[in-house]
Ligand binder design. Structure first.
Ligand SMILES: Nc1nc2c(c(=O)[nH]1)N(C=O)[C@@H](CNc1ccc(C(=O)N[C@@H](CCC(=O)O)C(=O)O)cc1)CN2
Ligand SMILES: Nc1nc2c(ncn2[C@@H]2O[C@H](COP(=O)(O)OP(=O)(O)OP(=O)(O)O)[C@@H](O)[C@H]2O)c(=O)[nH]1
Length: 441
């Protein structure tokens, strides 16, 4: 695809910074380099250049790299200027670029969009790249790299090829059915493979929950009666004062949440209003929200500072795991038996916090021995995979309806896979996907 305009943007992060990278892409790139830096540097070679205004006045000196098409990130002529990361330096260079005909500032995600439209990346890779830039935990980084690096696309392309192969074999069987030299059993091995394929797709879909935990974080909700020490625990785990702590029961009203990174995983920790009967309007709303948050938890930490009172456990739906946490064990007016709780801690002394973190670890996915994180990371992928699997199943069950009906369902399955990588009609999706990006990507 040929774009007529040339785009530019600051691609590196917040200024001021040691070095800033300004990217240019499009047909007028060489002309822009010539205007700002004189003769074109050797292709794909970092070259120290003086960057000048229209009047020949020096703006900065920086490393300039020219990537002639098609061997560039976008597939177009590209340039990177690695300049001093001062605000005025970068602004002056962007102003110079703006003054060149056919150059305009890039929109969010526009470089990646050109890379996609020039076949440099498919949609899964593009989405993986957006995830890679957003990744905050080690597992998010690994998952995003699997997707942005093409590992996932290779899997889906391989599946699509098997479907195409199967259809080709069926076509052959239909075309030459009456000739003796085509063995009638051609499709037997094909159906066996299609059965295997369906299993592989279903297993892959089964990994989506894990991907969701990696991407969105494990939701851990701290619940319990008023004054049990919930906010104190949130603060202790967050290692800062996020929630207000007072001796007044009913202090926390709204849901407070912090993001933690635990063993490379993202964990979302929620502090909720203490659960009790109350006529106070604001507190009641707080308690309603607490119940709602508990209902969406992956794990509930149920707190109490008194062994006689783990009674609010009925507030937690039966399918959500609970860790019973005894709090304030530094106090000597309460005595606990080992069977009273799962974890015993004091945020005042720090006792038991490490035990709690260990216990939480058991609820994180176990990725030991997994070298690749091959799993569908988005609902969009899961939806397409389900469609593929359902079509494949229909095909397998349609023996009585004839080979051409079966082949048609294989085509539907292949198209569903093609939509994941964007090889098949996804025009309507592109705006949504690329709008997730920041400017300069
Ligand atoms: N300076 C800089 N660093 C960067 C990027 C960048 O654009 N610029 N990237 C941006 O995300 C990432 C690296 N990704 C890249 C992907 C493809 C090409 C590229 O030029 N591809 C050509 C040539 C490939 C080759 O030499 O083998 C191509 O695909 O034809 C460059 C960077 C991370 N680091
Ligand atoms: N001795 C002792 N006191 C604690 C400990 N943790 C919390 N407290 C005290 O218990 C009181 C209540 O603590 P919070 O953390 O606000 O309790 P909460 O469960 O969030 O209370 P609500 O927001 O009212 O539901 C405060 O006075 C805290 O200082 C602890 O480990 N030891």
């Amino acid at each position: 695809m040929q774009f007529t305009d040339t785009i530019y943007a600051l691609s590196s992060g917040a200024l001021p910074a040691g070095v800033a990278v300004i990217r240019i892409s499009g047909p007028a790139t060489a002309q822009a380099i010539a205007r700002l830096c004189g003769p074109l540097p050797q292709a794909r070679t970092a070259t120290l250049k003086t960057i000048r205004t229209r009047n020949g006045e020096a703006l900065d000196s920086g490393l300039v790299i020219y990537f002639p098409r098609p061997a560039s990130f976008t597939g177009e002529d590209c340039c990177e200027m690695q300049v001093h990361g001062g605000r005025a330096v970068v602004q002056a260079i962007l102003d110079e670029l703006a003054a060149i005909a056919d150059l305009r500032h890039a929109e969010a995600g526009e470089f990646s969009r050109r890379a996609f439209q020039n076949g440099k990346m498919d949609l899964v890779e593009v989405e993986g790249l957006a995830d890679l830039i957003a990744a905050e935990t080690e597992m998010q980084r690994r998952l995003a790299l699997e997707h942005s690096g093409g590992g996932q696309s290779a899997l889906y392309d391989g599946w699509a090829r098997r479907l195409t192969h199967a259809r080709a074999m069926i076509e052959a069987e239909l075309d030459f059915a009456d000739e003796d030299d085509v063995p009638g059993s051609v499709s037997a091995s094909i159906w066996k493979d299609m059965q295997t394929l369906r299993r592989e797709i279903e297993e892959h879909i089964g990994q989506a929950g894990l991907a969701e935990i990696i991407r969105d974080g494990l939701r851990i909700v701290i619940a319990g009666e008023p004054n049990a020490g919930k906010s104190s625990l949130l603060n202790a785990l967050a290692k800062r004062d996020v929630a207000i702590v007072t001796e007044i029961a009913g202090t926390t009203r709204d849901i407070i949440s912090v993001d933690l990174s635990l063993a490379g995983f993202s964990v979302k920790l929620y502090d909720t209003a203490g659960l009790r009967e109350t006529d106070e309007l604001v507190e009641r709303e707080g308690i309603r929200r607490a119940h709602e948050t508990i209902g969406r938890a992956d794990l509930v930490l149920l707190l109490s500072d008194n062994p006689a009172r783990f009674s609010v456990s009925e507030a937690v739906p039966g399918n959500i795991p609970i860790i019973r946490v005894a709090t304030k064990i530094d106090r000597d007016d309460v005595s606990w038996l080992p069977s009273d709780a799962d974890i015993f801690l004091s945020t005042r002394t720090g006792a038991g916090i490490a035990d709690l973190l260990d216990a939480l670890g058991a609820y994180l996915p176990d990725l030991a021995g997994k070298t690749s994180l091959s799993m569908p990371s988005r609902k969009r992928h899961v939806d397409c995979l389900r469609q593929a699997s359902a079509a494949l199943e229909r095909s397998l069950l349609s023996e009585a309806l004839g080979l051409d009906v079966q082949a048609e369902q294989l085509r539907v399955a292949g198209d569903a896979l093609g939509r994941i990588t964007g090889r098949i009609d996804v025009e309507n999706l592109l705006d949504v996907i690329f709008s997730e990006f920041c400017i300069g990507k």
